[in-house]
Structures are given as structure tokens and as C-alpha cells.
Write a protein of this length. Sequence first.
Length: 201
Amino acid sequence: MPTYYIPSMGYVSDVMPYYDSTNKFMIAFLHEYEGSRHPYHLITSENLTTFKDEGEIIANGWNNDSDKAAQHHWLGTGCILKEDEKYYSFYTAEREGELSGYNKQEIWRAESSDGKTNWEKVCKVLSAPKGTSGNEFNENEFNENEFRDAQIYKDDKDTFHMLVTTMLYDGSHNYPAIAHFKSKSIEAKEYSYEDDDINTK
């Protein structure tokens, strides 16, 4: 018998694990199946050999708001964490295609009281700073069409740090980079950009 999780439909993509004493192992993932656009699915486990399927927790789209719905055409990788008895997900919201005047990828926040149910999409947190529309970029600007996969942690001074996978333009080429942002509040509507980015040039 396999000791790993197999969904009843489709397959698991881009696992986002988290552990706490209440829910033990929480493993969110992008659920891939025919016709899907990567909704967030959740499984939980106490021992990583047996798993409970908690179902879909963050869906595509947005009720009663066509612009937010368009930004949530696809969902992309992010992270889940707990702070002050509330669970948070920082996830990638992605438009279909590249449209002038819009960010293809942005970081948004969702919240839940128990981490398993009642997840609510709340607000946009980040888009690429200093970006321009379309595919023309100025030197030392991030590519707003490649801005995703947020990871967040809290340091020993109670500051939250967010790392985002992106591309940095140097005047002639785009290079992979990690953009660094921070905030004193996990629920800040925007995290401040720190000009200390790591790139692979």
C-alpha cells in the first residue's frame, strides 16, 4: 500500500506544507485535473502516512467582481502559515494572457479561522514594484508578468519577511531574482520593498 496521497481525480502539483500543533501537517497543493485552473486543495495528516482530504479551500474567480475574477483566472503557488490563532495563505493570482495596463501575476491574501474551512480571499498584497505595462521594462525593474510563489516568515523582532520569485531586467536581459519585502503586520495591505534582492546574473 502506498504511504503517499493520491487524489481521486487529477494529480498533485506544487505542494505547500505547513505544520502546527492543532492541525498537525497541513499540505495545500495546486489541484491539477482536466479543465482546472489550479485551485488550492488541502490534505491534513498526523503522521505523513495517512491523509485526510479536506477538499478545495481557495477557488478560481471572484463573485460579483469581474476585474478580481479576471485576476483570479489561474491560481499559483504561495504559502500557508498561522499567526495569532488565524491561518493565512499568500497565493499567486494570475490573469489569462498579458494585457497592457494589468499585472499578469500578483500576490493576494486569504484567511481562515481554522485552516481547513471557510477560507476567504481578502485583498491584493503585492504587485511588481517599479514595473511598466506590457513587455517593455526599464533598467532594474521587475517583470510584472513573472511575479509569484510568495514565501513568508517572521523574524525574532516580529517583522514579517516575504520573498517573491520574479525576473529583474538589467537593460538588456531578464534575470531570475528573489524580491524581498517586509512588514510589521501580517495583515498589511502592502509590504514595503527592500532593495537587497538576490539575482542569478
